[in-house]
Ligand binder design. Structure first.
Ligand code: ADP
Ligand code: MG
Length: 751
C-alpha cells in the first residue's frame, strides 16, 4: 500500500452552468521516495490531479487513500489538517506574499507550524542559503525576478518539511539556466521526500525523475510505474541524503505571539491599504459618534420642557451641589466653582432658592427667592446699589403689577422680611432690576422674582430657614421632647447669658425636689446637613409674676411656654454655613461633563433635569431612538464591510496562501482581527487626538466642538467598545466569506 492511492477518482468543474471534467477515473499509487513527474499537454488535467492529491481541491467520484485511509468523507478542515501534516506546495504562480520579505515568506511556513523562534531563525537562514538567495533575504518578494521567486517558493516548501512536496510547473516561468537550478534543487530534495512535479516540459526532468505519468484529456495515458529509480539511473550526483537532518518535532499550531505579530505586520506593510482602512474606520467613528450625540441631544431637548415638583426652580441648567463630606462651603469652594469652565453662575444660598421670602408693608408686598447681593451682576434699573446691610434690591419681570403702579415709589421704602424662620427684620428697598416683560416665555418657564440681600441678612434668613427646617430636641432629666424655634417655642433673649437656658415653671416638677434651676439640660438640633449638641445650665424658671423681670418682655400670654437661650447659643444651633449650592451651567450640553467634574472634585451633584417629570419621558426617547441607532449602526456596518472587502480583496489570496501552508481557520481569523482592531483603534486615537486639538484650539471646527461637548469620558469608552465590536464583527464576516470557498477556489476567484 502506497502513501497515496487514487481509485477511479474524478473531479468536475462547474462554472456558469457548464460542467467541465478536470480528471476522470484516475487510478494511481505513489509511495515515498519517488520523484514523480506528471506531464501532458495544456488542459490535460495535470494541475487538477495535483490539487486533488494535495487536498487543495475536492473530488466528486472515486476514492483517494492517504496511507490507507479513505478521504471521500473528509471535511474541509480534515483536508486542512492533511495538508498541514503532509503537503508542501510550490506553484507556478508562486503564491508568495509579495508584501513580505524573502525571509518572512520562508519563515511563515514554520511559524504556522508553531516552531520555536530560535529554530526558525536558524533553519530559515540555512534554507535561504541553500536556494541561493541569502543576499536577498530582506528584500520584498515583489521586487524579485521570476527565478528568484520560484526559489523562495521552494525554500518555503522546504521550511515546512513535510513528507510530500508538490510543484506545479516549477520551471514554467523561468529561463533555462534558472530552470536547471530548480530541477537540481528538487532532485536533491527528492532523496528523502516524495516529490511530485507537474510540467509540460518533460525534457527538463527526464534525467532525474523516478517515474513519469502522462496525462491526456483528464486520464492517465502512460505511467512508467515506480521502477525508474530502482533502475538506478536517476539519482546521480544529487543522490546524497540531505544535510537538513531529521524531521523536527512539530508543535501543535501557530503561537498567539506569531498571530499577533503577523496581524500587526499586515496592518502596516501596505501603506495605501492601511490609509484606506483608516479612512473607512474614521467614517465609522464619525457616523457612530454622530448618532450617539444625536440621541443625547434629543434627551436634552426633552428635559428642557419638563417640570419638577420638589425644587421650585427647575431650570434645566441647574445642578444642586453639596460636599461629599457634608461640610459647609468655604470661600475657597465658591471661588473654585465660580472659576470652573462652563459655569454660568453659582447660587451660594441655594437652600433659599426653592422657597420664597416675603417683604411687605401696609401698601405693598413682594416675594421672591432670597439671593446674596454677590449674585447680582447688573446695576439696578431704578434706584441704586445698596450701601447699608439692611438695604435690598428687588429683581423681577415686570408685567404691570409685580412692582406696583409706580415702581419708583418703592425706592427707599421700609419693609418687613418674613421667612419660614419668622425673622421680622426691617429692610429698605435700594434698587429695582427689571429683568424683562412678564410676557417673556423665559419668565414663565425658569425665572422668578428675586430679592437680593446683604450677606449678614442672608445669614439671618438662612438661620431662620435652618431653624424651620431642622428638628430640635431637648433632653430634660432623661426625657426627650421636641422644641420648635420661634413664637411659643425656642427663642433668643438678651437677659440669658451664654451657656444658660431660661424655662417656664412647668419644667420644675420634672426634677427632684421640684427645682429646675442649676440643673443641666441638653439641646440637640438635627438638620439635613448637620447635627449640633449643646449642654446648657438652667438659669431658672419664670412664672406669671417673674416673666417680665426675668425676660424683659411684656405680655406673657403672647409668649406662653417659650424657652429662652442666648443669641450665641442660638447661633450655635442654627447659624450654620451654607451646605447646599447651585451651579448653573452655560449650556445644557455641558451638563454631564460638569456633573463628572463636580463628583471628581468631592461634591455630590444632583442634575435637576434628570429628576424632571416630562410630558415625553427620556425613556420614551430611548425607546424611539434605540431602533434608529441600531439601524444606523447596521447601515454603517454594511457600508464599511462592503468597502473593507474591496480594500482587502488581495487579503483573500494572502489567507489562501496561509491555508495552503496549513493554517487553520482560528489563527487566520485572529490575524485578521488583529489587523482590523488595530486599524480601528488607530482611527479612534486619531479621532481623540483631533478632539484634543480642537479643545486646545490648535484646529477649530465649530460643528465638531458642538458635537463633542456632549461626550463624557464614559461616552468615549462606550463608543470605543461599540467600534471594537464592529471591527471584530467585520473581520469575522470577512473571514467567513474567505473560508466559504476552498483555498484553491479563493485563488481562482481572485485571479
Ligand atoms: P493542466 O494543468 O493540465 O493545464 P487543468 O488541470 O488546469 O489542466 O485543467 C483540466 C481541465 O479542467 C481543463 O479542461 C480545464 O478547462 C478545466 N478546468 C480547470 N480549472 C477549471 C475551473 N476553475 N473551472 C472550470 N474548468 C476548469
Ligand atoms: Mg496547469
Amino acid at each position: 500500500m502506497g502513501m497515496i492511492r487514487l481509485k477511479n477518482v474524478s473531479k468536475y468543474y462547474y462554472s456558469k452552468g457548464i460542467i467541465a471534467s478536470g480528471i476522470s477515473r484516475v487510478n494511481l499509487d505513489i509511495d515515498s521516495g519517488e520523484f514523480v513527474v506528471i506531464t501532458g499537454e495544456s488542459g490535460s488535467g495535470k494541475s487538477t490531479l495535483l490539487n486533488v492529491i494535495s487536498g487543495l481541491d475536492t473530488y466528486e467520484e472515486g476514492e483517494m487513500y492517504i496511507e490507507g485511509k479513505e478521504t471521500s468523507h473528509y471535511s474541509a478542515s480534515d483536508f486542512e489538517e492533511y495538508r498541514q501534516k503532509y503537503i508542501s506546495c510550490i506553484f507556478q504562480s508562486f503564491n508568495l506574499v509579495s508584501s513580505y520579505t524573502v525571509y518572512q515568506n520562508v519563515a511563515l511556513a514554520m511559524q504556522i507550524d508553531g516552531c520555536d523562534p530560535a529554530e526558525i531563525r536558524q533553519k530559515v537562514s540555512d534554507i535561504i542559503k541553500k536556494v541561493g538567495l541569502y543576499e536577498f533575504r530582506n528584500r520584498k518578494v515583489s521586487k524579485l525576478s521570476g527565478g528568484q521567486k520560484q526559489r523562495v517558493a521552494i525554500a518555503r516548501a522546504l521550511a515546512k518539511d513535510t513528507k510530500i512536496l508538490v510543484a506545479d510547473e516549477p520551471t514554467g516561468n523561468l529561463d533555462s539556466e534558472s530552470a536547471d537550478g530548480i530541477v537540481d534543487l528538487l532532485t536533491d530534495i527528492s532523496a528523502d521526500k516524495l516529490v511530485i512535479v507537474v510540467t509540460h516540459n518533460y525534457e527538463q526532468f527526464r534525467d532525474h525523475a523516478t517515474r513519469i505519468i502522462k496525462m491526456h484529456d483528464g486520464k492517465i495515458v502512460e505511467d512508467t510505474g515506480a521502477a525508474v529509480r530502482t533502475a538506478g539511473e536517476a539519482v546521480p550526483a544529487y543522490g546524497h541524503r540531505s544535510t537538513r537532518g531529521e524531521h523536527r518535532a512539530k508543535k501543535d499550531s501557530i503561537t498567539y505571539g506569531t498571530q499577533l505579530r503577523l496581524g500587526v505586520r499586515n496592518t502596516f506593510n501596505l501603506p495605501a491599504k492601511f490609509l484606506l482602512l483608516l479612512l473607512v474606520f474614521l467614517f465609522i467613528v464619525a457616523s457612530v459618534s454622530a448618532q450617539y450625540v444625536a440621541v443625547k441631544r434629543q434627551k436634552d431637548t426633552v428635559a428642557e420642557v419638563g417640570w419638577n415638583n420638589y425644587f421650585s426652580n427647575y431650570d434645566p441648567k441647574r445642578i444642586v451641589v453639596e460636599k461629599q463630606d457634608r461640610s459647609a462651603f468655604t470661600r475657597a469652594d465658591y471661588d473654585a466653582l465660580e472659576n470652573a469652565p462652563h459655569v454660568e453662575k453659582v447660587i451660594r444660598e441655594d437652600i433659599m432658592y426653592d422657597s420664597s421670602v416675603f417683604i411687605e408693608n401696609k401698601d405693598f408686598s413682594y416675594y421672591g427667592y432670597a439671593l446674596s447681593l454677590s449674585n447680582l451682576d447688573k446695576e439696578p434699573d431704578l434706584g441704586r446699589m445698596p450701601e447699608a446691610d439692611d438695604e435690598v434690591v428687588l429683581a423681577g419681570y415686570d408685567d404691570g403689577w409685580t412692582f406696583g403702579d409706580k415702581p419708583d415709589d418703592l425706592i427707599g421704602k421700609k419693609f418687613t422680611v418674613s421667612t419660614d424662620g419668622g425673622l421680622g427684620r426691617e429692610v429698605r428697598v435700594a434698587g429695582i432690576v427689571v429683568l424683562g416683560s412678564g410676557m417673556d416665555e423665559d419668565a414663565m418657564l425658569t425665572e422668578n422674582n428675586m430679592i437680593y440681600f446683604s450677606d449678614p441678612l442672608m445669614a439671618d434668613i438662612r438661620k431662620g430657614m435652618y431653624a424651620a427646617n431642622s428638628t430640635t430636641t431637648m433632653l430634660v432629666n432623661g426625657t426627650e421632647q421636641t422644641v420648635y424655634p420661634g413664637s411659643g417655642g425656642l427663642n433668643v433673649n438678651e437677659n440669658v447669658p451664654e451657656g444658660y437656658i431660661l424655662l417656664p415653671t412647668s419644667y420644675d416638677p420634672m426634677f427632684k425636689e421640684g427645682y429646675a434651676a442649676g440643673k443641666e439640660i441638653e439641646l440637640r438640633t438635627k438638620a439635613l446637613y448637620y447635627d449640633q449638641e449643646l449642654k446648657l445650665m438652667i438659669m431658672g424658671t419664670y412664672g406669671e409674676k417673674t416673666f417680665e423681670s426675668k425676660t424683659g418682655l411684656k405680655n406673657l400670654a403672647e409668649h406662653d411656654g417659650e424657652i429662652y437661650i442666648s443669641e450665641m447659643d442660638y447661633r450655635r444651633l442654627y447659624e450654620k454655613g451654607s451646605f447646599q449650592t447651585s451651579v448653573f451651567v452655560d449650556d445644557t450640553k455641558n451638563m454631564e461633563g460638569m456633573k463628572d467634574m463636580l463628583e471628581r472634585g468631592g461634591y455630590h451633584a444632583l442634575v435637576l433635569r434628570d429628576h424632571i417629570n416630562n410630558f415625553m419621558s427620556e425613556e420614551l426617547v430611548s425607546i424611539v431612538q434605540l431602533p434608529i441607532s441600531v439601524i444606523v449602526c447596521l447601515a454603517v456596518f454594511f457600508i464599511a464591510y462592503f468597502v473593507i472587502r474591496l480594500i482587502l480583496k488581495s487579503r483573500g489570496v494572502y489567507f489562501a496562501t496561509l491555508r495552503m501552508l496549513g493554517m487553520g481557520k482560528g489563527p487566520a481569523r485572529r490575524i485578521m482581527r488583529v489587523e482590523l482592531v488595530l486599524d480601528c483603534m488607530i482611527s479612534y486615537a486619531l479621532f481623540i487626538l483631533f478632539i484634543y486639538l480642537n479643545r486646545t484650539g490648535v484646529v477649530s471646527s465649530e460643528q465638531l466642538m458642538d458635537h463633542i461637548t456632549y461626550l463624557t469620558t464614559r461616552d468615549y469608552i462606550i463608543l470605543a467598545v461599540i467600534l471594537l465590536v464592529m471591527a471584530v464583527l467585520i473581520s469575522g464576516r470577512f473571514m467567513r466569506s474567505i473560508f466559504r470557498s476552498s483555498a484553491m477556489g479563493t485563488y481562482r476567484e481572485e485571479a
